[in-house]
Ligand binder design. Structure first.
Ligand SMILES: C[S@@+](CC[C@H](N)C(=O)[O-])C[C@H]1O[C@@H](n2cnc3c(N)ncnc32)[C@H](O)[C@@H]1O
Length: 238
């Protein structure tokens, strides 16, 4: 099971190409709107500086980039994703919300960034790194493009500590979510795969250790909604 999940990660963007048309609406339904609260939390962890240059990796349809665009302290946001279809939908949203001067979405690989060294103030990555075939390579690339003192904010699913919450979470993630997701998206198993990537991905201290190995410092893990997701924060040392 694990091997096939790992093998599929190499081309996970193809799955996102297929589910792109229903991605946004399913995201809001399946997260019951909690995703909006989580994006607000992420925005609160931005550094207190002006004219921030932000890179949003695995931007998908650009929801994080568009949420951050409201922040006056951000000058420019570039969103990168490997899925052409997700980017196409994201670009339409950028135009509709009149953010084309502040937000630019492009096709790009989070493990091989078309970005100069030491050029970005903040990297954000929401619910994307578990889809990278080599998450450590992604973290090394984040370290490379961040300016010294720059910040990385990564949101990802995690497993809740509380037994009762964990049991309900497993029921939801293993049974209900894949069933609704596959049915509405019309994909045979995209949402089953998404759930498998969650359960096989390092979280908490294990993920912080991976960030530490990528030389990212001042590490902090902020649990979101009983720990069903975690916001990881770190800075590139000066
Ligand atoms: C679950 S979606 C998250 C989208 C968005 N960040 C959000 O919070 O809604 C994961 C995204 O990761 C993208 N992805 C997977 N591997 C990637 C890679 N190596 N580089 C860039 N994007 C990648 C997929 O195409 C997909 O759009």
């Amino acid at each position: 099971m694990k091997t096939s999940v790992e093998a599929r990660k190499k081309e996970s963007y193809k799955i996102f190409d297929q589910i792109a048309p229903t991605y946004d609406s399913l995201n809001h339904i399946l997260s019951m709107g909690i995703d909006i609260r989580w994006r607000k939390k992420l925005a609160r962890e931005l550094p207190n500086k002006k004219n921030l240059i932000v890179l949003d990796l695995a931007t998908g349809t650009g929801d994080v980039a568009l949420h951050l665009a409201k922040e006056p302290k951000i000058k420019k946001i570039t969103g990168l994703d490997l899925s052409k279809k997700m980017i196409e939908i994201g670009k339409e949203k950028v135009l509709k919300k009149n953010y084309e001067n502040k937000v630019s979405l492009q096709i790009g690989d989070g493990m091989d960034l078309p970005i100069e060294d030491n050029s970005v103030d903040v990297v954000t990555l929401s619910f994307g790194i578990r889809n990278f075939s080599d998450p450590f390579k992604g973290l090394q690339e984040i370290y490379r493009v961040l300016k010294p003192g720059g910040r990385v904010l990564i949101m990802e699913f995690s497993i809740p500590k509380n037994k009762l919450v964990r049991e309900s979470y497993f029921f939801y993630f293993r049974k209900l979510l894949p069933w609704i997701g596959n049915k509405v998206s019309g994909h045979k198993d995209a949402y089953t795969y998404l759930n498998q990537t969650v359960e096989s991905f390092p979280y908490g201290k294990e993920f912080l250790s991976l960030m530490n190995q990528a030389k990212i410092g001042k590490l902090k893990a902020i649990p979101l909604t009983f720990g069903i997701a975690t916001l990881y924060r770190g800075d590139k040392p000066l």
